[in-house]
Design a protein around this ligand. Structure first.
Ligand SMILES: *[C@@H]1O[C@H](CO)[C@@H](O)[C@H](O)[C@H]1NC(C)=O
Ligand SMILES: *[C@@H]1O[C@H](CO)[C@@H](O)[C@H](O)[C@H]1NC(C)=O
Length: 264
């Protein structure tokens, strides 16, 4: 499975690069570095999705996208959507910071709508802690809004997803890979040969088996070989005692039965 992922993922990256839409390239890093770009690249599979969490008691919800517009607002990667109120931009993906760990990524969107009274009127900021969770496609939740201070306020969210889980190297040994390949070739041979014999040649029954004549020849030869090796004693005379006890009474019975049948 990982093998196919490794082949397919770069293909998608290539297609995404050509397409240039809903792509991590849309995210503009405030400070570019190789580690940040590498961490961001891991989020590529998430770019097509909207992650939403409802805050029931407050009558609003948050929607988050990786490097894509939310609510049709250009560059808004995380928006607070109010029921019948004004939606509030929390952070922009054109002002992104990324910090990556072994099985987590911290994605920060800055440049949101400015606070009115809190936090000295600075711009809102969203932090999304993206953590590895093996069986999770994307579980989005809100943790807190930290705004009772003068500076550096932020909204904190969590996203559990398998996208940031470390890639586990294949544990298959060379020997088992060889066996799998042999097994696959054999299956293809038998299936393909079967279909060919059946559909093209029009064979029936056991002759649908590919190269039936060849294999049955091999079978006959090995049976002969076996005969020669295993049954070589058969040429010798059996001890007379067995014959006397074992076969004669049986033959008599057989004759008796036959006698009954004869007149009819
Ligand atoms: C995400 O939301 C946008 C509108 O905000 C919508 O156009 C898009 O189809 C949604 N994508 C998915 C995968 O639901
Ligand atoms: C990001 O996008 C917002 C909204 O479109 C814009 O106001 C802001 O100037 C942009 N910032 C950067 C650094 O490009």
């Amino acid at each position: 499975m990982w093998l196919s992922m490794r082949i397919i993922t770069p293909l998608f990256l290539l297609l995404g690069g050509v397409q240039g839409k809903d792509n991590i390239e849309n995210c503009k890093l405030l400070s570019e570095s190789e580690s940040a770009k590498k961490a961001l690249r891991l989020l590529e599979p998430l770019t097509q999705e909207n992650f939403t969490v409802d805050v029931k008691e407050e009558k609003y919800s948050y929607t988050f996208r990786v490097c894509g517009d939310v609510d049709g607002q250009t560059n808004a990667g995380l928006v607070q959507l109010k029921d019948g109120g004004k939606n509030v931009r929390i952070g922009n993906y054109n002002q992104t910071r990324v910090i990556g760990g072994s099985d987590w990524i911290l994605l920060i969107y800055e440049g949101g709508e400015k606070y009115d009274s809190h936090c000295s009127g600075e711009a809102r900021k969203a932090m999304v802690m993206i953590s590895c969770s093996k069986d999770e496609k994307g579980k989005f939740s809100v943790v807190l809004e930290d705004r009772e201070k003068q500076l550096d306020c932020y909204y904190l969210f969590e996203l559990d997803t398998s996208a940031v889980c470390p890639v586990i190297p294949s544990k298959l040994s060379a020997g088992s890979i060889f066996l799998i390949v042999v097994f696959c070739c054999l299956s293809v041979y038998i299936l393909g040969g079967f279909l060919y014999q059946r559909l093209v040649v029009g064979a029936k029954g056991v002759e649908q088996f590919p190269n039936y004549a060849f294999w049955s020849e091999i079978g006959t030869l090995s049976a002969d070989g076996c005969d020669f090796v295993c049954r070589s004693r058969g040429n010798r005379e059996e001890p007379p005692t067995y014959r006397g006890v074992g076969t004669e009474p049986l033959e008599e019975e057989q004759e008796e039965r036959d006698d009954h049948l004869l007149p009819m």
